[in-house]
Write a protein that binds this ligand. Structure first.
Ligand SMILES: C[S@@+](CC[C@H](N)C(=O)[O-])C[C@H]1O[C@@H](n2cnc3c(N)ncnc32)[C@H](O)[C@@H]1O
Length: 553
């Protein structure tokens, strides 16, 4: 058994091990508004409740207490309280901690059925499902998806037809155009490079179906009980250098380390995941003489709760020695210690053990420093095409000052590549490291007209002082999971924003909220799409970016 007596005692003493006797006093708060995440957080925080569980779509929340008295106190405070015109109610329950934890125990392993495909085919079907399709057909398929998405605007909004004439007039553009997609759709922008284009890869470390420690991609979804890791050496979207690094890490865990790989089912073991950022250009200015050693960041995630401090330090030292002699040379090595249940590389808890913790990339003649957690588009040449088109669309013809509002700006790539064509850039981003990168990147590129603000867009959108005689173009590039509706509301209500370039992999709801007629919830004059283009940032996969220019109606 890998767990030592020391860690067993440690868990019992520090409470990370479920004790059958321990009772959780749970309060369910009922009749909360769905969404409204920020006001709900403020409400709970103002009553000293910092930890609770509520999904945006739920109209209830759970709060766990160690004592019945604390639970009942909170019930007395919240019951009957009127919040957002709703009267809150509460329910109390006691549950054993063991039962509570078992809710999160791994799903049962799926029944093994005979699969005639090789492991490589199984993985390719999963991570690059279009790999057998000629590239032109892939583009046509993605174009069809974009057209369907834009046509859906009409389908989703027609139920709003019982509208006042004034609100109906706001949708005239969509009713007038009954057959075609409701705006111009340009030819898709193809990826200049269709193989080995992914600059960032997150590999899992675990066992393949034969039980061999492997560094690769997880087969299927963990929530479906899948925990096998498959070898990525034939994955066509992964660059050669990243495959070499995955293989080297696999050699390390198989032959150089005495610690086992992490088992997602028993939640034991040490080696969890490997993130590789293998940038396209790297940190040299002359892009034609690229020493490979300047391009690659490696981050290794370990579960260290079963190791002593000395063992952790020794392991870090061994990793540094191993990767220092690896060819091609890597630029920086990081170790992340993560003992929680969730999988994947996380923000924070990362130590730089070799190099400076950064890699660099060039985009449209600008140089960018990227930290381990900052988002950066994974397909550099295709991103350059996307940004070129975005810059053309942002261009204002009027003789007015233009402010570019770079919402969800990451480490600043959009604003910085366009800063020389506008009067000022204002960037907002919630990850502090990314904002540090954005500020650094602005000065690295001698950009003096950019300011950056750390925080959530929905909370910071007002940081921008409104100047007279300026037009504001917002570029909104949210994560795949979408943006909070308050962001869309804030953009709609900011009457000085007359254009929004919306870049998204999948955010249908957000797009609809830009165009729906004025209502109590969605105030401000709505936008309408003027043109759209698909940019294929992810060849061989089902994904692509859709960039839409929205203008006020
Ligand atoms: C798809 S990335 C785009 C980054 C950047 N525009 C770029 O092209 O490199 C989305 C970014 O939005 C940030 N983000 C997500 N939700 C946010 C929010 N509510 N407010 C501010 N930033 C957010 C993420 O941290 C991430 O950096």
């Amino acid at each position: 058994m890998f767990t030592t007596i020391r860690t067993f005692l440690d868990r019992v003493i520090h409470g990370t091990m479920a004790s059958p006797d321990k009772i959780i006093h749970r309060v369910k708060v009922l009749n909360l508004p769905p969404k409204d995440t920020v006001p709900i957080k403020k409400l709970f925080n103002s009553h000293g409740i910092l930890k609770y569980k509520k999904a945006p779509q739920w109209n209830y929340a759970y709060i766990n207490f160690d004592s019945e008295i604390a639970a009942k106190d909170t019930m007395a405070t919240l019951s009957g309280m009127v919040f957002k015109k709703r009267t809150l109610a509460t329910e109390y329950a006691q549950i054993s901690e063991l039962a509570f934890r078992e809710r999160f125990s791994p799903p049962p392993a799926p029944q093994e059925t005979f699969d005639p495909r090789s492991f490589a085919e199984r993985l390719a079907d999963q991570v690059t499902p279009l790999y057998k399709m000629p590239y032109e057909e892939q583009l046509a398929k993605k174009q069809k998806q974009a057209i369907r998405q834009l046509r859906n605007f009409r389908k989703k909004l027609v139920p709003l037809a019982e509208l006042t004439p004034e609100r109906k007039a706001q949708l005239a553009w969509i009713y007038e155009n009954t057959e075609d997609p409701p705006c111009q759709i340009l030819d898709p922008i193809r990826s200049p490079q269709i193989e080995g284009y992914r600059t960032k890869c997150e590999f899992s470390i675990g066992k393949d179906p034969t039980g061999q420690p492997t560094v690769g991609f997880l087969e299927g979804l963990y929530r479906d009980g899948m925990t096998h890791v498959l070898d990525p050496s034939q994955s066509i979207h992964v660059p050669t250098v990243s495959k070499q690094i995955a293989k080297a890490m696999e050699q390390y865990v198989r032959h150089h380390s005495t610690w086992p790989v992490y088992d997602r089912r028993s939640k034991s073991g040490v080696w969890r995941s490997l993130m590789v950022k293998a940038q396209h250009t790297g940190d040299v200015l002359n892009t034609f003489s690229l020493p490979l050693k300047k391009k690659v960041m490696v981050l290794i995630q370990m579960k260290t709760s079963d190791l002593s401090t000395l063992q952790i330090e020794q392991e870090k030292q061994r990793l540094v020695e191993y990767w220092s002699s690896f060819a091609p040379k890597i630029k920086t090595l990081m170790v992340q210690q993560w003992n929680g249940d969730s999988n994947g590389v996380r923000e924070g808890g990362t130590e730089v053990v070799m190099g400076d913790g950064y890699v660099y990339e060039h985009l449209l003649g600008h140089r960018f420093r990227i930290s381990s957690h900052a988002f950066f588009q994974v397909n550099t040449p295709a991103t350059e095409h996307m940004l070129q088109t975005c810059a053309e669309w942002c261009h204002q013809e009027e003789e007015k000052k233009t402010t570019l509002l770079d919402l969800c700006c990451g480490c600043g790539s959009i604003g910085i590549t366009m800063a020389n064509t506008v009067d000022r850039v204002v960037g907002i981003e919630m990850i502090p490291d990314a904002i540090n990168d954005a500020k650094f990147n602005a000065s690295l590129n001698q950009i003096t007209n950019a300011q950056y603000h750390v925080g959530k867009v929905e909370e910071k959108i007002d940081v921008m002082s409104h100047e007279r005689n300026e037009t504001v173009v917002a570029v909104l590039d949210p994560p795949r999971s979408g943006v909070h509706s308050s962001v869309i509301r804030a953009v709609r209500e900011a009457s000085h924003i007359n254009k929004v370039i919306f870049i998204s992999c999948d955010a249908k709801q957000a797009m609809q909220n830009f165009i729906r007629p004025t209502s109590k919830k969605y105030q401000g004059v709505p936008f309408k799409p003027k043109r759209a283009v698909t940019i294929d940032l992810f060849p061989h996969t089902d994904h692509a970016e859709l960039m839409i220019e929205f203008v006020r109606i």
